[in-house]
Every structure is written in C-alpha cells, then in structure tokens.
Design a protein around this ligand. Structure first.
Ligand code: SF4
Length: 149
C-alpha cells in the first residue's frame, strides 16, 4: 500500500507567484485550501522561457491550427512552449487533479480567446498547456480557479 500523497498541478499565478506577463499574481487562496494534504506542483511554462514581465502572447488560429504568437512582434513561440510543457509532463508523470488559470494562452481551458490573424476573437478555446495536458493526463479532469470561488 502506498502512503504517497495525492498530487495536484496548479497554475503558479493562482498560488501567488508573481509570474504573470505584467509581473503580477492572480492568487486565489481558496484553490490551495481546497487541496489541503495534497502535494502541490506549481506550473508556469511562460516565466522560465520569457521572463517576467514579458510581452503578452495570444492563441491565433492559422490554417486551422492554433499557434501561440507574441502580441506585438507576432513571433511564433508555439514550439518553445510545447517543449517546455512536454518537459514538465515528463518530470511530473502523475497527477490526481489539475487546476489551471482561466483565459490564459498557455493555461486556459475552454476559456481562452482564439484569435484570427487580424486579432479578432473567433471563439473560446484552450491554451497550449491545457491541450497538452488533455493528452498527457487524459484521466484527470481540468478545472479552473472559478470552480473554487
Ligand atoms: S496563466 Fe499559466 S503561464 Fe500564465 S502566468 Fe499563470 S501559470 Fe504562468
């Protein structure tokens, strides 16, 4: 019988880390409280890659596929983010729960604006991390912070 604690992956900005693009946090203390007794695994793919603060990024649909582009420079950072997120999944192969920041181009789940190449919103969709997590942690439902407010 294993005595290992259950594990929850939580977007780091929800946990109070100052890792948002604007250098701020979005702490929602109710989320960490809801997982009292769990091992909390903070997750933020953008800060280690691009620093904080940093240029905003967007999800942009190009030829039917979502890409992640920097907001001003339109640099495609999809591959960089994918590599960072896949490395996180390899390092953390097991999770019992996942809570991601809504509306984020990385973390958002069903809440992130997906833009066309002119910057108009086409629909709400997933950030790149949510898409990858759906595959890598296919048994684990993804929640966002609003589920704990
Ligand atoms: S939403 Fe995700 S990528 Fe953005 S700051 Fe929070 S943890 Fe980092």
């Amino acid at each position: 019988m294993s005595s290992a604690r259950k594990k929850v992956i939580i977007s780091a900005c929800i946990l109070g880390e100052y890792c948002r693009y604007d250098g701020k946090t979005k702490e929602i203390s109710a989320v960490a409280k809801a997982f009292d007794g769990y091992e909390i695994i903070p997750f933020c793919p953008e800060a280690p890659l691009f620093g904080t603060p940093r240029e905003r990024i967007d999800v942009v649909e190009i030829d039917g596929e979502n890409h992640i582009l920097t907001h001003e420079g339109k640099k495609d950072v999809t591959a960089l983010l994918r590599e960072e997120i896949e490395a996180f999944c390899l390092a953390n192969p097991h999770a019992d729960a996942i809570v991601l920041k809504a509306k984020s181009p990385s973390c958002g789940y069903k809440t992130t604006p997906v833009l066309d190449t002119e910057g108009r919103e086409l629909k709400k969709g997933n950030g790149i991390a949510a898409d990858i997590f759906l595959q890598r942690y296919s048994e684990v439902p993804i929640k966002n912070e609003n589920d704990y407010l």
